[in-house]
Design a binder for this molecule. Structure first.
Ligand code: AMP
Ligand code: ZN
Ligand code: FE
Ligand code: FE
Length: 282
């Protein structure tokens, strides 16, 4: 069983539409895929319509932006109820803050002579309900300022670079509680990836787990090297968190994140399903 529990479509900042993503998942030999767009359920229906014919199981999820000690920490919420008001309202608030910061990023970029055309950005963000720096990067590529999203982040959009603007996100513990209250299962994403390894110490993860009943820890992720995977695997065991894995696929938007490059063990999926039954009845 090949299970990939972390992917993005054009409903947020991936480059495959939800149906294209489902077809690509089948081609990659996946049996189970979670669609986890940033702050958005918008891709679920389209994805669901195609999987029926594909012999592919779709898990409907989100990736929620939260904040710990000033850093952006991502939490995967699987099987959340999209009609749950508190969760939907909070996601709306985060998306609103995403919209709100675009003008600031554009003016900061203009100050360093990267002048983005409204039309290029509108095109880059045409299908998304959750605009982010990757769409700004795509507009920069379209105008020839950079070659890749990665270059755009490295030179302009990462923290400390001239186009960086932070945005609102709830505290990580609050985000996890909202996911649970919406009947979902919460998995801490790429904890020791690029930006969060410093703040998400073993101690902080332990506190989060005991305060919130966090369900899982994403162990198998491209931003985790072998030693991070080993240590996070041990931490998961120690804290009774379910170890998961996923590609964090973004289509052409991220190199080296091919579908299925990291997988979730089948016994972990079974454990996540047990947790889902638990939160659904609370
Ligand atoms: P934002 O949502 O605007 O805060 O932008 C963060 C998103 O950009 C992340 O969730 C990733 O999907 C993507 N991202 C971050 N760093 C890079 C990078 N170096 N190259 C490509 N995509 C990136
Ligand atoms: Zn993304
Ligand atoms: Fe993420
Ligand atoms: Fe992601």
């Amino acid at each position: 069983m090949r299970i990939d529990l972390h992917t993005h479509s054009t409903a947020s900042d991936g480059t495959d539409s939800p149906p294209e993503l489902m077809l690509a998942a089948r081609t990659a030999g996946l049996d189970v895929i979670a669609l986890t767009d940033h702050e958005s359920f918008a891709g679920w229906d389209q994805a669901e319509r195609v999987v029926a014919a594909l012999d592919l199981r779709l898990i409907k999820g989100i990736e929620m932006s939260t904040r710990t000690s000033g850093e952006s920490v991502h939490v995967l919420g699987l099987w959340v109820d999209p009609t749950n008001r508190p969760l939907a309202d909070e996601l709306q608030r985060i998306r609103g803050a995403r919209d709100g910061r675009v003008a600031m990023i554009i003016s900061q970029l203009a100050a360093v002579d990267v002048v983005l055309a409204e039309s290029k950005l509108a095109k880059a963000a045409a299908d998304t309900s959750s605009i982010g720096r990757p769409h700004i990067a795509d507009a920069m590529i379209a105008q020839g300022y950079v070659e890749t999203r990665r270059e755009a982040f490295d030179r302009y959009l990462a923290p400390g670079r001239p186009g960086y603007v932070s945005r609102y996100a709830p505290a990580t513990a609050d985000g996890i509680r909202l996911i649970h209250a919406a009947g979902g299962v919460a998995v801490l994403a790429h904890a020791w990836g690029r930006d969060t390894a410093q703040v998400l110490t073993a101690e902080v993860i332990a506190d989060l787990a005991s305060e919130t009943g966090l369900d899982g820890l994403e162990v198998f992720h491209q931003e985790h090297d072998e030693s991070a995977r080993r240590q996070l695997g041990e931490l998961a065991k120690e804290l009774d968190l379910i170890p998961t894995g996923g590609s964090d696929y973004h289509g052409l938007g991220k190199q080296n994140h091919e579908l299925g490059c990291n997988l979730t063990p089948p016994e972990s999926l079974a454990a996540l399903e047990d947790r889902q039954r638990l939160w659904a009845t609370k």
